[in-house]
Design a protein around this ligand. Structure first.
Ligand SMILES: NC(=O)c1ccc[n+]([C@@H]2O[C@H](COP(=O)([O-])OP(=O)(O)OC[C@H]3O[C@@H](n4cnc5c(N)ncnc54)[C@H](O)[C@@H]3O)[C@@H](O)[C@H]2O)c1
Length: 333
């Protein structure tokens, strides 16, 4: 058996539980410590996730104490604007990092994190789970294989019934000082990432109209994106929806069209042909933790969601927020 990686988790709220379970399911990793200012959040993680009979992880209230405990790898599951500082603290201490999305709330922070990871020769991965899911991998393969020709237009919609997250006082998500923004930087982060990762296109400029709907953060976003090759995307995001979750990406290429949706799965149609629903991939989904451990052990060359994806998303997000303020298209960079 490989030497067990000593894991810490920073931030023990809702999203941390799945990561903790994934760590505990492996025989080459162990969860030695957790940290959160909230004892209640730590209680909840331990009682729901750590099986009876297993030594519970040590508990701390901040990252410094967690680092002093001695860990090899850290999973960061905290409010968005804290990510960059926490990533830096861990990397300079020689700790590998898997950070939840978004990697950073600014492109400058994302770049600094990438530079630190390479200077300290540590793995820096993002918890974008769609990169490990068969349907999204198939979609990327279809586009990057050239089967659809050149992608000239992408149409994207993410609609959720989650306005309550952004009502002032409801949670850190409603406070821009902690969240860095609303729905576009939160769930929108996954979908911007998918648009960029599947298409492999490089964004050049973004024009965005944003409605905060009386909150302090974006609730509804309509954005238009131009890519360096002249292709365009139209991107709509709303947390004000009667449907609980609709997620749709359509890629229009010179040879065919591919659609990917939470409700309808993956399909594509080449010009003049029938709509094809490709056979589901036989390879199992790969969870972010499993991929992260494999990369640390050198069994995979790089994370399935590498930090460059976090930089690209931060660039588009920043440009969209700038554009909503300036009223003009803003360059990505
Ligand atoms: N990949 C996904 O599908 C997905 C889904 C949900 C959330 N997320 C991401 O996970 C992260 C956390 O979201 P959540 O839904 O778990 O939020 P949450 O509110 O449930 O949990 C956040 C936790 O962080 C703790 N915290 C705050 N400041 C801290 C600090 N300085 N040090 C340590 N802990 C601190 C809070 O006390 C809380 O327990 C965010 O980045 C979010 O975008 C990802």
């Amino acid at each position: 058996m490989a030497e067990r990686l000593r894991f810490g988790i920073l931030g023990t709220g809702g999203m941390s539980h799945g990561h903790a379970r994934a760590i505990l399911e492996r025989d080459d990793a162990t969860l030695v410590a957790i940290a959160d200012p909230s004892d209640r959040a730590m209680d909840s993680l331990v009682s729901r996730v750590v099986p009876a009979g297993l030594d519970p992880p040590a508990r701390f209230h901040d990252l410094d104490a967690l680092v002093s405990h001695g860990i090899d790898a850290l999973v960061i599951v905290t409010p968005h604007t804290q990510h960059a500082g926490q990533i830096a603290r861990a990397l300079v201490s020689g700790i590998h990092v898997l950070c939840e999305k978004p990697l950073a709330t600014t492109a400058a922070d994302a770049r600094r994190s990438m530079d630190l990871a390479s200077a300290h020769e540590r793995v820096l991965a993002i918890g974008y789970q769609r990169h490990g899911q068969a349907q999204f991998r198939q979609a990327r393969e279809l586009v990057t294989s050239g089967a659809l020709g050149d992608i000239r237009l992408i149409s994207v919609l993410i609609a959720q019934d989650c306005l309550e997250n952004f009502i002032p006082g409801s949670s850190w998500r409603a406070d821009p000082a902690l969240s860095g923004g609303g729905h576009f930087i939160d769930t929108g982060s996954h979908i911007v990432d998918q648009m960029l990762w599947i298409s492999d296109l490089e964004p050049e400029r973004v024009y965005a109209e944003i409605d905060n709907f009386g909150t302090d953060v974006d609730v509804i976003t309509a954005a238009s994106i131009k890519f360096t090759n002249g292709a365009r995307a139209s991107f709509a995001a709303t947390s004000l929806s009667g449907e609980s979750w609709r997620e749709e990406l359509t890629f229009y290429g010179t040879k065919g069209t591919m659609r990917l949706g939470r409700a309808d799965g993956l399909s594509y149609q080449l010009k003049g042909g029938d709509r094809i629903f490709p056979r589901a991939a036989t390879a199992p989904d790969v969870r972010p933790i499993d991929d992260f451990v494999e990369v640390i052990h050198g069994r995979r060359p790089e994370p399935q969601a590498p930090s460059i994806c976090g930089l690209r998303v931060a660039q588009v997000t920043e440009a969209a927020y700038r554009s909503a303020t300036s009223g003009r298209p803003e360059p990505v960079g």
